[in-house]
Design a protein around this ligand. Structure first.
Ligand SMILES: [Zn+2]
Length: 280
């Protein structure tokens, strides 16, 4: 049975990077943010395998117009994909996270898949997440920019809700849960990825630099099309110097219960402790 790794948590927390690194294993297929497929119609989509959706070996059976997948749930689509890739892969990754549309999807998938399900909860310092939201606050659907305060508040509340959903899952199903901090992933990627592989019964691949053509992400951060070298990975810490103190305090205050739970230091004075030692 192909296992499912579901990446939960809030956006801008390193989920694209995490999925990329997981797919350095030839037995892993990365499917990106599956949930978005139910909201984005049209056939002119390019997959990260560099093929159009209708030619992609993973997504071609699921191409659709508005009618074709009408009534499908995220859970149904993920399970159908899982079945479709089961001949070729031991593990599939869905990086839909746990924003409000997908808050309870990990629980529903766990009920269907039992021990073959692992929620990897990725978490990043909320001040870094909010700074990223402030810098990219264009709202395409509304055709306008959010104010910096609105972007900050939206990110802080969304971060709390998405992480709370993962925490509740972890409390209910501790054997199907693993929390990973973005800061640890950037600092010690090999150790973090090996720990995740271990949890789904995979051994480390002989050569993780070989391309495997196993990334089929139709949706997600644009970074998914880039090549990443593990040795060049660096934590994005621009916010620590560039983010105005007032916004740091605002976000820190709104997120303080989780701030200490995840070792992110004081409200206005970030000092992340490292769980994994650096690979370097
Ligand atoms: Zn593809």
């Amino acid at each position: 049975m192909t296992k499912l790794i579901y990446i939960g948590g809030y956006g801008r927390s390193g989920s694209t990077l995490l999925e990329y690194l997981l797919a350095t294993h030839p037995e892993v297929v990365a499917c990106g943010e599956v949930e978005r497929h139910l909201r984005r119609f049209g056939r002119r989509k390019i997959c990260t395998c560099r093929q159009r959706m209708q030619d992609c070996p993973v997504w071609s059976p699921f191409q659709h117009t508005e009618k074709d997948l009408k009534g499908w749930s995220h859970e149904q689509l993920t399970l159908a994909l899982l079945d479709h890739v089961s001949r070729d892969y031991s593990v599939m990754v869905d990086s839909s996270k746990t924003a409000w549309r997908s808050t309870f999807i990990p629980i529903r998938l766990r009920r269907k898949l039992g021990a073959d399900f692992l929620l990897v909860h990725i978490v990043r310092d909320p001040r870094g997440v909010s700074w990223s939201a402030i810098r990219t606050r264009w709202r395409p659907k509304q055709g306008r920019y959010d104010s910096a305060t609105t972007a900050t508040l939206r990110a802080a509340f969304g971060w709390n809700a998405a992480n709370l959903a993962c925490e509740l899952f972890g409390w209910r199903y501790p054997n199907n849960y693993l929390r990973v901090r973005y800061e640890d992933l950037a600092g010690a990627p090999r150790q973090v990825i090996e720990e995740i592989y271990r949890r789904v019964g995979l051994s480390s691949p002989a050569d993780s630099n070989e391309p495997h053509n196993n990334r089929h992400q139709l949706y997600g951060n644009r970074m998914r099309f880039k090549q990443v070298s593990v040795s060049d990975l660096k934590e994005d810490i621009v916010w620590k110097t560039a983010m105005p103190k007032g916004y740091r305090w605002l976000v820190g205050s709104l997120c303080w219960p989780f701030l200490s739970r995840y070792d992110y230091g004081a409200i206005g004075n970030p000092a992340p402790a490292k769980k994994w030692e650096s690979d370097a």
